[in-house]
Design a protein around this ligand. Structure first.
Ligand SMILES: Cc1ncc(COP(=O)(O)O)c(C=O)c1O
Length: 391
């Protein structure tokens, strides 16, 4: 970073962080170095170089992206991973120890849960899932074996907000690191390190990349022992990302503030519109006062992203199919945070063992894109007409 951006507002940070004209020969954006080998002319520096010796460490464009990501969340270091899922699993591996136990929110992203139940189990690390609304009562689950706590707030299917400060305070008192999957907020509206988190995880695939064309993740830390652990584990696993992909994510990041603001506003407008629909049982959007965790969201978040869910009153599969498949603007697909609107029924993906999920079905998850909000509402309105029409 050329300048101290710490007192700047997010939109400014997103435009200026990680820019360094020395690195780019004066160009606004960093160069893309396609590299594996780095030439080292001095024999004495081959094994003792004060600079990079192999491109797995990342070149100029990866460095620029890491710096920019650190500036967004107030982190000291960031490592890049080939997907958001790899960022979640790296963070878990960095804290795991054989014979230990990780405490994981029951609302966690499904593939993160699969990793805990398979690879971690094989390595002799147990997972205990807990009610996402546990708060400070997590103290009763902590034992000498606890080696990490994994949070995701809100859960990306069920939207419970976690009491991150209360959970972090308990974990910190026992020297246990707290990992937060902070993807929903994109670091825009929740600053994890201000709430006691040790390791923040971002699926950059979502809002940072923003265009549904690249997969990437990041693990961010604040210079603690856990920062070193994450960096070492990243190196030991040989994780890296391509310079072209890093360029795409950095390019997306530059416009994230405006995209996020628009997508957030449209999502809230649509959520409010859905509240008034007779087909809708309830809307799960933390910024709505009717959300059970609204008070926590108000306390800890400065905004909301464009991702939320709504449960419909029970309806036949055929009618739901007709509603969803006939949408002209909303497409069905996994992932979220891109410029295009998406909707997907998620009931089948909700796996719970600690706090059973009881809500009317079907549950639809929306990711609101950059289309005009009135067009999106019209699309949904026509969808509801199909929902009401017998096949
Ligand atoms: C909350 C959350 N974390 C992590 C991921 C994984 O990101 P990626 O798709 O880049 O692997 C996802 C993907 O949907 C997610 O929803």
């Amino acid at each position: 970073m050329n300048d101290d951006l710490s007192n700047r507002r997010l939109a400014t940070i997103l435009v200026h962080a990680g820019r360094n004209t020395a690195r780019s020969e004066g160009a606004v954006n960093p160069p893309i170095h396609r590299a594996s080998t780095i030439i080292i002319p001095d024999v004495d520096e081959l094994y003792n170089a004060p600079r990079k010796t192999y491109a797995i460490e990342g070149m100029a464009v990866q460095d620029a992206l890491r710096e920019a990501l650190c500036a967004v969340e107030g982190a000291c270091d960031a490592v890049l991973t080939p997907s958001g899922l790899a960022a979640c699993t790296l963070a878990l591996l960095a804290v795991a120890r054989s014979g230990g136990e990780v405490l994981v929110t029951d609302s966690v992203y499904g593939p993160t849960r699969r990793f805990c139940d398979t690879a971690l189990t094989r390595l002799g690390v147990r997972t205990r899932y807990f009610d996402p609304r546990v708060g400070g009562a997590i103290a009763s689950l902590m034992t000498d074996a606890t080696c990490g706590v994994f949070l995701e707030s809100p859960g990306s299917l069920t939207f419970e907000i976690q009491d991150v400060p209360a959970i972090s305070a308990v974990a910190r008192a026992s020297g246990v690191p707290v990992i937060l999957d902070n993807t929903w907020s994109a670091g825009v509206c929740l600053k994890p390190f201000q709430h006691g988190v040790d390791i923040s995880v971002q699926a950059l695939t979502k809002y940072q990349a923003g265009h549904a064309d690249v997969l990437m993740g990041a693990v961010l830390t604040v210079g603690s022992e856990w920062g070193r652990r994450v960096a070492d584990t990243h190196r030991q696993l040989g994780l890296c990302v391509s310079p072209d992909d890093a360029y795409l994510v950095l390019r997306g990041l530059r416009s994230m503030a405006v995209r996020f603001e628009r997508q957030s506003a449209s999502a809230l407008a649509i959520a409010n519109w859905l509240v008034g629909r007779s087909e809708v049982a309830h809307v799960l959007h933390p910024a709505l006062p009717s959300h059970p965790d609204h008070a926590l969201w108000r306390r800890d978040f400065t905004g909301a992203s464009g991702v939320f869910a709504c449960a419909l009153h029970p309806v036949s599969h055929q009618r739901l199919k007709s509603m969803l498949e006939g949408l002209r603007l909303f497409a069905m697909g996994f992932s979220w945070g891109g410029y295009e609107s998406l909707v997907v029924p998620v009931d089948g993906n909700i796996k719970r063992t600690a706090a059973p999920w009881q809500a009317p079905q079907p549950l639809l998850r929306f990711s609101i894109g950059l289309e005009h909000v009135d067009d999106l509402i019209e699309d949904l309105e026509q969808g509801f007409q199909r929902l009401a029409t017998p096949a």
